[in-house]
Design a binder for this molecule. Structure first.
Ligand SMILES: [Zn+2]
Length: 412
């Protein structure tokens, strides 16, 4: 293997300028970036990305699911895809997703400027709606690309009652044509760089994370049902307060999860009914999000969660029901492709740590179908989904150079 194309520029400024330019699109009053799926802000971001890719001489294409692809190199169905998502959570940061897209683009720019010519194509991808906050449709774009049947999602509505079908129509897209976004047959491998979104790399003092797998995910919805009654006229000993029983359950779940490092449990949505200042809550509904690194750990966690809910309901004298809303098995990433990233990191003299991802990513939709690997760069303070999300310019650029080495190895 010739060394042409390996002497990569190390100036982090151009990549940082891209991060700042893209981050300014959808800038919100909280000082963060808000680009939810099918919004004008995300449209503007994809237009900016398309123009930036075109300036670098890449062939830009947007598919039926709103995924944007920028291709460098020859035709063929053995392209190496590199990218992440361009959407954000409401009041998110500039790095979650966007850095993965821009680092892929920077890797292409570095290789091109070093005189490298790929023998098979490198495709920079920006996936649609990874976050899924607007329609509860996470990884919509990568799922469509992977060929999943998404027809059940057409009627999904956002908080304003807009349907996914209408939101897609506002971009000139037809929800019925989502199947046309299936494109995984055209790629041979997939790389995704992402911020860690947690504190592990920073606390270990390590520069890069090599992701072994993406955590399994369990979603439950609990309903506690007591009796709505007058706040003043009902003696304390005669109440069936659904909220106080649920509160006991939520604290018990936290205590259970705090006793073990490996299974985070989160109650993220709580609804209290009927919701009156002077009414004892008759019903409380809440969601439970459980992550684990093995099927067995997910099974054990589900049992423990259900037992804690039953105990708290019994203690409060209320009825309860638990419904499983989703369950995803842990997704292992490809060890050989991960080794390619590791060799790239070694070329840069970078320190690495193998770690599992607690968060879901587009890569988990591709990994069952094509060799897929992920590279993490540290998140300052472990912070993400927050306007203060940050990764240093040097750390971002190191990640981009490692991608470049990996892409060169995979396409020469
Ligand atoms: Zn992300």
């Amino acid at each position: 293997v010739s060394d042409a194309g390996t002497r990569l520029a190390t100036d982090p400024a151009p990549l940082r300028a891209w991060v700042d330019e893209l981050g300014a699109i959808g800038a919100d009053a909280a000082g963060g970036t808000t680009r939810v799926a099918w919004s004008p802000a995300l449209r503007a971001a994809l237009d900016w990305l398309a123009a930036t890719c075109a300036r670098l001489g890449l062939a830009v294409h947007e598919d039926a699911a709103g995924n944007l692809f920028a291709r460098w190199g020859p035709d063929g169905d053995d392209a190496v895809l590199v990218g992440s998502h361009a959407d954000t959570v409401p009041q998110g940061g500039r790095f979650d997703g966007a850095l993965g897209v821009l680092a892929g683009l920077e890797a292409v720019r570095l290789l091109r400027d070093a005189g490298y010519e790929p023998r098979r194509a490198i495709v920079v991808a920006a996936w649609m709606d990874e976050e899924g906050t607007r329609f509860k449709t996470p990884t919509l774009g990568s799922r469509a690309f992977a060929g999943h049947d998404l027809s059940a999602l057409a009627g999904a509505t956002d908080a304003d009652g807009v349907t996914l079908a209408d939101a897609m129509a506002s971009w000139g897209r037809d929800v019925a044509r989502l199947p046309e976004a299936q494109g995984v047959d055209g790629i041979a491998a997939c790389l995704e760089l992402h911020i860690e979104q947690g504190p592990v790399l920073e606390e270990a003092g390590v520069e890069l994370g090599l992701v072994t797998q993406i955590a399994g995910l369990l979603g439950l919805r609990a309903t506690f049902t007591g009796t709505a009654a007058h706040a003043g006229a009902t003696p304390m000993g005669r109440r069936r307060d659904a909220l106080s029983a649920a509160a006991r359950a939520i604290v018990a779940l936290e205590d259970w999860a705090a006793g073990r490092e490996d299974v985070p449990v989160t109650v993220g949505i709580v609804e209290v009914l009927p919701g009156g200042f002077n009414v004892i809550p008759g019903e409380c509904r809440f969601t439970i999000d459980v992550r684990a690194q093995s099927e067995q750990a997910l099974d054990a966690a589900e049992q423990a969660v259900r037992a804690a809910l039953a105990d708290a309901a019994a203690h409060g004298g209320v009825e309860h029901a638990v419904q499983r809303t989703h369950r995803l098995a842990p997704v292992p990433l490809d060890p050989e492709l991960t080794a390619v990233l590791a060799r790239g990191a070694a070329r840069e003299g970078a320190t690495t740590l193998a770690l599992a991802s607690g968060a879901g990513h587009d890569a988990m939709q591709l990994a069952p179908l094509v060799p897929t690997a992920m590279l993490f760069v540290p998140s300052d303070g472990g912070l993400s989904h927050n306007p203060a999300e940050h990764t240093s310019p040097a750390a971002c650029h190191l990640g981009a150079r490692v991608l470049a080495h990996a892409l060169r190895e995979l396409t020469s």
